[in-house]
Design a protein around this ligand. Structure first.
Ligand SMILES: NC(=O)c1ccc[n+]([C@@H]2O[C@H](COP(=O)([O-])OP(=O)(O)OC[C@H]3O[C@@H](n4cnc5c(N)ncnc54)[C@H](OP(=O)(O)O)[C@@H]3O)[C@@H](O)[C@H]2O)c1
Length: 299
Protein backbone atom coordinates (compact mmCIF):
# COMPACT_ATOMS: atom_id res chain seq x y z
CA UNK A 1 0.00 0.00 0.00
CA UNK A 2 1.25 3.51 -0.76
CA UNK A 3 2.10 5.73 2.18
CA UNK A 4 0.41 9.12 2.57
CA UNK A 5 1.81 11.66 5.05
CA UNK A 6 -0.71 14.29 6.19
CA UNK A 7 0.58 17.15 8.35
CA UNK A 8 -1.72 18.85 10.85
CA UNK A 9 -4.24 16.04 11.46
CA UNK A 10 -5.22 17.56 14.83
CA UNK A 11 -6.42 20.60 12.86
CA UNK A 12 -9.81 21.13 11.27
CA UNK A 13 -8.88 20.37 7.67
CA UNK A 14 -6.20 17.77 8.36
CA UNK A 15 -8.69 15.69 10.34
CA UNK A 16 -11.23 15.81 7.50
CA UNK A 17 -8.54 14.79 5.00
CA UNK A 18 -7.61 11.84 7.24
CA UNK A 19 -11.21 10.67 7.48
CA UNK A 20 -11.72 10.84 3.74
CA UNK A 21 -8.36 9.35 2.74
CA UNK A 22 -8.82 6.41 5.11
CA UNK A 23 -12.18 5.51 3.53
CA UNK A 24 -11.21 6.27 -0.07
CA UNK A 25 -12.18 3.53 -2.47
CA UNK A 26 -10.19 5.08 -5.33
CA UNK A 27 -6.81 4.72 -3.66
CA UNK A 28 -6.00 2.77 -0.51
CA UNK A 29 -3.41 4.50 1.65
CA UNK A 30 -1.33 3.63 4.66
CA UNK A 31 -1.76 6.97 6.42
CA UNK A 32 0.67 8.79 8.70
CA UNK A 33 -0.47 12.00 10.40
CA UNK A 34 1.44 14.65 12.32
CA UNK A 35 0.16 16.76 15.20
CA UNK A 36 1.87 19.16 17.59
CA UNK A 37 0.15 20.52 20.70
CA UNK A 38 -3.20 18.70 20.58
CA UNK A 39 -2.80 14.98 21.32
CA UNK A 40 -5.13 13.01 19.10
CA UNK A 41 -5.98 9.39 18.29
CA UNK A 42 -7.51 8.54 14.91
CA UNK A 43 -8.44 4.94 14.17
CA UNK A 44 -6.29 3.42 11.46
CA UNK A 45 -3.87 6.37 11.26
CA UNK A 46 -0.28 6.21 12.47
CA UNK A 47 0.27 9.37 14.46
CA UNK A 48 3.46 11.32 15.05
CA UNK A 49 3.85 14.20 17.47
CA UNK A 50 6.28 16.73 16.08
CA UNK A 51 7.18 20.38 15.77
CA UNK A 52 7.51 20.93 12.03
CA UNK A 53 9.55 24.06 12.69
CA UNK A 54 12.42 21.75 13.74
CA UNK A 55 14.12 20.74 10.52
CA UNK A 56 15.86 17.70 11.99
CA UNK A 57 12.55 16.24 13.20
CA UNK A 58 11.00 16.82 9.80
CA UNK A 59 13.92 15.16 8.04
CA UNK A 60 13.72 12.19 10.37
CA UNK A 61 10.00 11.74 9.70
CA UNK A 62 10.60 11.66 5.95
CA UNK A 63 13.54 9.26 6.36
CA UNK A 64 11.56 6.90 8.59
CA UNK A 65 8.24 6.88 6.73
CA UNK A 66 9.49 7.28 3.15
CA UNK A 67 6.09 8.68 2.07
CA UNK A 68 4.78 8.23 -1.47
CA UNK A 69 2.72 11.44 -1.24
CA UNK A 70 2.25 14.36 1.16
CA UNK A 71 -0.66 16.68 2.00
CA UNK A 72 0.67 19.60 4.03
CA UNK A 73 -2.15 21.27 5.97
CA UNK A 74 -0.27 22.18 9.17
CA UNK A 75 0.03 25.91 9.76
CA UNK A 76 -0.45 28.65 12.27
CA UNK A 77 -3.74 29.52 10.67
CA UNK A 78 -5.12 32.44 12.70
CA UNK A 79 -4.33 35.76 10.95
CA UNK A 80 -4.51 37.78 14.19
CA UNK A 81 -2.08 35.41 15.94
CA UNK A 82 0.37 35.56 13.01
CA UNK A 83 0.24 39.35 13.02
CA UNK A 84 1.24 39.37 16.70
CA UNK A 85 3.77 36.48 16.51
CA UNK A 86 5.64 37.07 13.25
CA UNK A 87 8.74 34.93 13.90
CA UNK A 88 6.94 31.94 15.36
CA UNK A 89 4.39 31.88 12.53
CA UNK A 90 7.04 32.43 9.83
CA UNK A 91 8.94 29.36 11.05
CA UNK A 92 5.88 27.16 10.56
CA UNK A 93 4.01 28.80 7.70
CA UNK A 94 7.02 29.63 5.52
CA UNK A 95 10.23 27.84 6.52
CA UNK A 96 8.71 24.45 7.38
CA UNK A 97 6.58 24.50 4.21
CA UNK A 98 9.62 25.18 2.02
CA UNK A 99 11.56 22.44 3.82
CA UNK A 100 8.72 20.00 3.12
CA UNK A 101 8.81 20.94 -0.57
CA UNK A 102 12.56 20.30 -0.62
CA UNK A 103 12.15 16.87 1.00
CA UNK A 104 9.40 15.95 -1.49
CA UNK A 105 11.57 17.18 -4.38
CA UNK A 106 14.37 14.80 -3.33
CA UNK A 107 12.05 11.84 -4.01
CA UNK A 108 9.86 13.49 -6.69
CA UNK A 109 6.68 12.59 -4.80
CA UNK A 110 3.31 14.37 -5.12
CA UNK A 111 2.83 17.24 -2.67
CA UNK A 112 -0.37 19.20 -2.04
CA UNK A 113 0.04 22.36 0.04
CA UNK A 114 -2.86 24.31 1.56
CA UNK A 115 -2.51 28.02 0.88
CA UNK A 116 -5.34 30.53 1.28
CA UNK A 117 -7.66 32.97 -0.48
CA UNK A 118 -6.09 35.61 1.80
CA UNK A 119 -3.15 35.94 -0.62
CA UNK A 120 -5.38 38.48 -2.42
CA UNK A 121 -6.20 42.07 -1.44
CA UNK A 122 -9.93 41.67 -2.00
CA UNK A 123 -10.33 44.48 -4.52
CA UNK A 124 -10.82 42.48 -7.75
CA UNK A 125 -12.74 39.31 -6.95
CA UNK A 126 -13.43 36.71 -8.15
CA UNK A 127 -9.79 35.66 -8.39
CA UNK A 128 -8.32 33.21 -10.88
CA UNK A 129 -5.06 31.31 -10.38
CA UNK A 130 -3.29 33.73 -12.71
CA UNK A 131 -4.31 36.89 -10.81
CA UNK A 132 -1.70 38.93 -8.96
CA UNK A 133 -1.33 38.30 -5.24
CA UNK A 134 -1.23 41.24 -2.85
CA UNK A 135 -1.95 40.18 0.75
CA UNK A 136 -3.15 42.74 3.27
CA UNK A 137 -1.99 40.90 6.41
CA UNK A 138 1.07 38.98 7.59
CA UNK A 139 -0.60 35.56 7.41
CA UNK A 140 -1.37 36.20 3.72
CA UNK A 141 2.20 37.41 3.17
CA UNK A 142 3.56 34.24 4.76
CA UNK A 143 1.41 32.06 2.54
CA UNK A 144 2.66 33.94 -0.53
CA UNK A 145 6.27 33.41 0.58
CA UNK A 146 5.52 29.72 1.15
CA UNK A 147 3.87 29.34 -2.27
CA UNK A 148 6.78 31.01 -4.05
CA UNK A 149 9.48 29.25 -2.03
CA UNK A 150 7.89 25.83 -2.45
CA UNK A 151 7.38 26.22 -6.20
CA UNK A 152 10.99 27.42 -6.56
CA UNK A 153 12.30 24.35 -4.71
CA UNK A 154 9.80 21.94 -6.23
CA UNK A 155 7.82 23.13 -9.28
CA UNK A 156 5.65 19.99 -9.12
CA UNK A 157 4.04 21.18 -5.85
CA UNK A 158 0.25 21.57 -6.01
CA UNK A 159 -0.42 24.89 -4.29
CA UNK A 160 -4.09 24.64 -3.31
CA UNK A 161 -5.65 27.95 -2.32
CA UNK A 162 -8.37 27.07 0.18
CA UNK A 163 -11.46 29.17 0.94
CA UNK A 164 -13.05 29.87 4.31
CA UNK A 165 -13.98 26.43 5.67
CA UNK A 166 -16.72 25.28 8.01
CA UNK A 167 -18.07 22.00 9.31
CA UNK A 168 -18.67 19.61 12.15
CA UNK A 169 -16.45 19.40 15.19
CA UNK A 170 -13.36 17.22 15.13
CA UNK A 171 -11.84 15.76 18.35
CA UNK A 172 -9.41 18.66 18.68
CA UNK A 173 -10.56 21.46 16.36
CA UNK A 174 -13.69 23.54 15.87
CA UNK A 175 -14.89 25.67 13.02
CA UNK A 176 -16.54 29.07 13.43
CA UNK A 177 -19.94 27.38 12.97
CA UNK A 178 -20.03 26.05 16.54
CA UNK A 179 -19.33 29.47 18.08
CA UNK A 180 -21.98 31.11 15.93
CA UNK A 181 -24.58 28.54 16.93
CA UNK A 182 -23.80 28.75 20.66
CA UNK A 183 -23.93 32.55 20.55
CA UNK A 184 -27.37 32.61 18.95
CA UNK A 185 -28.76 29.87 21.19
CA UNK A 186 -27.52 31.76 24.26
CA UNK A 187 -29.54 34.76 23.03
CA UNK A 188 -26.39 36.84 22.59
CA UNK A 189 -25.62 39.18 19.69
CA UNK A 190 -23.80 37.75 16.69
CA UNK A 191 -22.43 40.56 14.54
CA UNK A 192 -21.54 39.45 11.02
CA UNK A 193 -20.08 41.48 8.19
CA UNK A 194 -22.30 42.48 5.30
CA UNK A 195 -19.25 43.74 3.42
CA UNK A 196 -16.94 40.70 3.62
CA UNK A 197 -17.37 38.07 0.92
CA UNK A 198 -15.87 34.61 0.51
CA UNK A 199 -16.53 31.38 -1.38
CA UNK A 200 -16.78 29.00 1.60
CA UNK A 201 -16.68 25.21 1.48
CA UNK A 202 -17.13 22.52 4.09
CA UNK A 203 -14.10 20.71 5.50
CA UNK A 204 -15.30 17.54 3.86
CA UNK A 205 -15.63 19.18 0.45
CA UNK A 206 -12.22 20.83 0.78
CA UNK A 207 -10.71 17.44 1.69
CA UNK A 208 -12.32 15.93 -1.40
CA UNK A 209 -10.65 18.62 -3.49
CA UNK A 210 -7.23 17.95 -1.99
CA UNK A 211 -7.49 14.21 -2.59
CA UNK A 212 -8.61 14.87 -6.17
CA UNK A 213 -5.52 17.03 -6.68
CA UNK A 214 -3.35 14.19 -5.41
CA UNK A 215 -5.12 11.45 -7.37
CA UNK A 216 -4.91 13.42 -10.61
CA UNK A 217 -1.33 14.42 -9.82
CA UNK A 218 -2.13 18.10 -10.48
CA UNK A 219 0.59 20.70 -10.09
CA UNK A 220 1.00 24.46 -9.76
CA UNK A 221 -1.56 26.86 -8.34
CA UNK A 222 -5.10 25.52 -7.97
CA UNK A 223 -8.14 27.31 -6.51
CA UNK A 224 -10.40 25.04 -4.42
CA UNK A 225 -13.13 27.53 -3.53
CA UNK A 226 -16.75 26.71 -2.81
CA UNK A 227 -19.64 26.82 -5.27
CA UNK A 228 -20.88 30.33 -4.47
CA UNK A 229 -19.89 33.77 -3.19
CA UNK A 230 -21.57 34.91 0.00
CA UNK A 231 -21.19 37.57 2.71
CA UNK A 232 -20.57 36.53 6.31
CA UNK A 233 -23.99 37.94 7.24
CA UNK A 234 -25.85 36.01 4.54
CA UNK A 235 -23.99 32.88 5.63
CA UNK A 236 -25.35 33.51 9.14
CA UNK A 237 -28.87 33.82 7.75
CA UNK A 238 -28.52 30.46 5.98
CA UNK A 239 -27.34 28.93 9.24
CA UNK A 240 -30.34 30.29 11.13
CA UNK A 241 -32.67 28.88 8.48
CA UNK A 242 -31.02 25.45 8.21
CA UNK A 243 -30.51 24.79 11.92
CA UNK A 244 -33.75 26.53 13.08
CA UNK A 245 -31.79 28.91 15.29
CA UNK A 246 -33.21 31.99 17.03
CA UNK A 247 -32.60 34.89 14.64
CA UNK A 248 -32.99 37.78 17.05
CA UNK A 249 -29.27 37.94 17.90
CA UNK A 250 -28.07 38.02 14.28
CA UNK A 251 -26.94 41.58 13.48
CA UNK A 252 -25.37 43.10 10.40
CA UNK A 253 -22.13 45.05 10.78
CA UNK A 254 -19.27 46.27 8.62
CA UNK A 255 -15.56 45.43 8.71
CA UNK A 256 -14.82 48.99 9.78
CA UNK A 257 -16.90 48.46 12.95
CA UNK A 258 -14.50 45.85 14.34
CA UNK A 259 -10.86 46.50 15.26
CA UNK A 260 -8.59 43.50 14.66
CA UNK A 261 -4.81 42.96 14.72
CA UNK A 262 -4.73 41.66 11.14
CA UNK A 263 -6.36 43.79 8.43
CA UNK A 264 -8.98 41.85 6.42
CA UNK A 265 -9.63 42.01 2.68
CA UNK A 266 -13.21 42.65 1.61
CA UNK A 267 -13.85 40.11 -1.12
CA UNK A 268 -11.44 37.23 -1.72
CA UNK A 269 -13.93 35.03 -3.55
CA UNK A 270 -12.13 32.45 -5.65
CA UNK A 271 -12.86 31.55 -9.26
CA UNK A 272 -12.36 27.79 -9.09
CA UNK A 273 -13.63 26.95 -12.58
CA UNK A 274 -10.37 25.21 -13.41
CA UNK A 275 -10.83 22.76 -10.51
CA UNK A 276 -14.53 22.34 -11.37
CA UNK A 277 -13.46 21.29 -14.88
CA UNK A 278 -11.12 18.70 -13.31
CA UNK A 279 -14.05 17.18 -11.39
CA UNK A 280 -14.09 19.13 -8.12
CA UNK A 281 -17.79 19.54 -7.26
CA UNK A 282 -18.50 21.57 -4.12
CA UNK A 283 -22.14 21.76 -3.04
CA UNK A 284 -24.07 25.00 -2.64
CA UNK A 285 -23.80 26.32 0.92
CA UNK A 286 -27.38 25.46 1.85
CA UNK A 287 -26.73 21.86 0.74
CA UNK A 288 -23.42 21.79 2.62
CA UNK A 289 -25.18 22.92 5.80
CA UNK A 290 -27.96 20.37 5.33
CA UNK A 291 -25.32 17.65 4.91
CA UNK A 292 -23.58 18.50 8.19
CA UNK A 293 -26.81 19.17 10.13
CA UNK A 294 -26.83 15.69 11.66
CA UNK A 295 -23.46 16.33 13.32
CA UNK A 296 -24.39 19.71 14.76
CA UNK A 297 -25.85 19.97 18.25
CA UNK A 298 -28.30 22.86 18.44
CA UNK A 299 -29.85 22.49 21.89
N1 LIG B 1 -9.73 27.19 8.23
C1 LIG B 1 -9.88 27.96 7.17
O1 LIG B 1 -10.96 28.55 6.97
C2 LIG B 1 -8.75 28.12 6.17
C3 LIG B 1 -8.94 28.96 5.06
C4 LIG B 1 -7.93 29.04 4.09
C5 LIG B 1 -6.75 28.32 4.24
N2 LIG B 1 -6.58 27.55 5.35
C6 LIG B 1 -5.33 26.76 5.45
O2 LIG B 1 -5.69 25.39 5.52
C7 LIG B 1 -4.81 24.68 6.38
C8 LIG B 1 -5.59 23.99 7.48
O3 LIG B 1 -6.29 24.96 8.23
P1 LIG B 1 -7.05 24.55 9.57
O4 LIG B 1 -8.16 25.50 9.76
O5 LIG B 1 -7.32 23.10 9.54
O6 LIG B 1 -5.95 24.86 10.67
P2 LIG B 1 -5.97 24.49 12.21
O7 LIG B 1 -7.28 23.89 12.62
O8 LIG B 1 -5.51 25.71 12.93
O9 LIG B 1 -4.87 23.34 12.34
C9 LIG B 1 -3.52 23.63 12.18
C10 LIG B 1 -2.72 22.35 12.31
O10 LIG B 1 -1.32 22.69 12.22
C11 LIG B 1 -0.63 22.09 13.30
N3 LIG B 1 0.54 22.89 13.67
C12 LIG B 1 0.59 24.18 14.04
N4 LIG B 1 1.85 24.51 14.38
C13 LIG B 1 2.61 23.40 14.22
C14 LIG B 1 3.98 23.09 14.42
N5 LIG B 1 4.86 24.00 14.86
N6 LIG B 1 4.41 21.85 14.15
C15 LIG B 1 3.56 20.89 13.72
N7 LIG B 1 2.24 21.11 13.51
C16 LIG B 1 1.78 22.36 13.77
C17 LIG B 1 -1.65 22.04 14.43
O11 LIG B 1 -1.24 21.08 15.39
P3 LIG B 1 -1.74 21.19 16.93
O12 LIG B 1 -3.14 21.71 16.92
O13 LIG B 1 -1.64 19.77 17.42
O14 LIG B 1 -0.79 22.11 17.61
C18 LIG B 1 -2.90 21.63 13.66
O15 LIG B 1 -2.90 20.25 13.46
C19 LIG B 1 -3.80 25.70 6.87
O16 LIG B 1 -2.67 25.65 6.04
C20 LIG B 1 -4.51 27.03 6.71
O17 LIG B 1 -3.60 28.07 6.55
C21 LIG B 1 -7.54 27.42 6.32
Amino acid sequence: MKKLLITGVSGFLGYHVCQLASTSTQQQWEIYGTYFSHDIQIAGIKLIKTNLAHYQSLKQIFAQIQPDAVIHTAAISQPNYCQNHPDESHAVNVTASINIAELCAEKSIPLAFTSTDLVFDGKNAPYKETDTVNPVNLYGEQKVLAEQGMLAKYPLTAVCRMPLMFGNLTPTATSFLQNFIQTLIAGKELNLFIDEFRTPASGNTAATGLLLVLTKNLQGIIHLGGAERISRYDFGQLMVKTFNLPATGLKACRQADVKMSAPRPQDVSLDSSQAFAWGYQPLFIQQELEAIKKYIQVD
